[in-house]
Design a protein around this ligand. Sequence first.
Ligand code: HEC
Length: 206
Amino acid sequence: MKRIVVLSIVIVACCLIASGWMRHSTARAQSGTVNPQYSNQYQAGGQYQGAIQNQASSGTVQAQQTFESKFWSYLLRSEPAYRNWAPWPGQGADYYPGQSPHGAFLKMYINRTAAADPVNLPHGSVIIKENYGEDQKTLMAVTVMYRSQGYDSQNGDWYWAKYNPDGTVAMKGDVRLAGRVQGCIDCHSGAQGNDFVFANDNSASP
Ligand code: HEC
């Protein structure tokens, strides 16, 4: 009997400690602040290429991580967060069937700069594609294109990133899929109009 009482006390104590710890880590995750620069720059209409250029010139993995994770926070916490951005014009906000290498089902979101001129996609445009599995529920990856003046003038000035659903940068072998990603560029160079974007082609296939 005594043993059972001691055992239950130990179990209850463990639960309390565990839930306290979880609350603590959630609070920590939420307290990560948005870099105010990003929101301001977003409102000013896509002028945050400065941050990317720093990354490009220093070229260290450390700097890349800093930009990419800041960019992810910005995408999640900008006002409005990207899931409240507009869909591609005429496409509707719902899933649509995708093709390899993107998911079986896709959702696309574009920021205000892109929505204002989806044919020309001015600098500052951000296009986000959520890649879902066959079940239309499991988010497999989030692929992002961000057009930044002077970032990569040979390839339409696009900055590319593929995020895992938890916001970490996806890897292909040893290559981090963020920045001037050759694989993205090579395939997207088949899009019409030399803008590396398929969505504004007449047909959505390469
Ligand atoms: C093998 C070809 C291929 C590769 C590689 C590829 N894409 Fe795509 N991507 C497409 C096609 C085709 C579409 C349009 C059709 C669709 O929606 O699936 C597309 C659409 C997109 C879109 C929506 C804008 C648009 O062009 O219509 C984004 C954003 C995107 N891709 C990001 C990426 C990123 C980031 C990478 C690299 C990590 C990448 N893509 C690699 C073929 C590719």
